[in-house]
Design a protein around this ligand. Structure first.
Ligand SMILES: [Zn+2]
Length: 89
């Protein structure tokens, strides 16, 4: 890649800190599973405990508190990165 191409493309996004375990799981799950988890996170009918139980039953490990924080956009990935999708109100 030339400097001219880099200049046209713009700088790489700067992400401070690392994403939370929920965000990491969303990125590493197969697309259909990731979509299902995102659907649970977006659905207020799913409590953090219920999501935690479902995720754990499938063999994954995320903290219950992290689920709550991620939903509230209070987790470290939401605070640190403007590139992640914000949760709906
Ligand atoms: Zn998060």
């Amino acid at each position: 890649m030339s400097l001219a191409q880099r200049a046209d493309r713009g700088p790489d996004p700067v992400v401070h800190g690392s994403p939370c375990s929920v965000s990491i799981l969303l990125r590493t799950l197969p697309p259909d599973e990731s979509a299902a988890l995102q659907q649970m996170l977006d659905d207020a009918g799913w409590s953090a405990s219920a999501i935690h139980d479902a995720v754990t039953a499938e063999g994954y490990s995320v903290g219950r508190q992290t689920i709550t924080k991620h939903r509230r956009s209070a987790c470290r990935c939401r605070r640190s990165s403007p590139y992640l999708r914000p949760t709906s109100p």
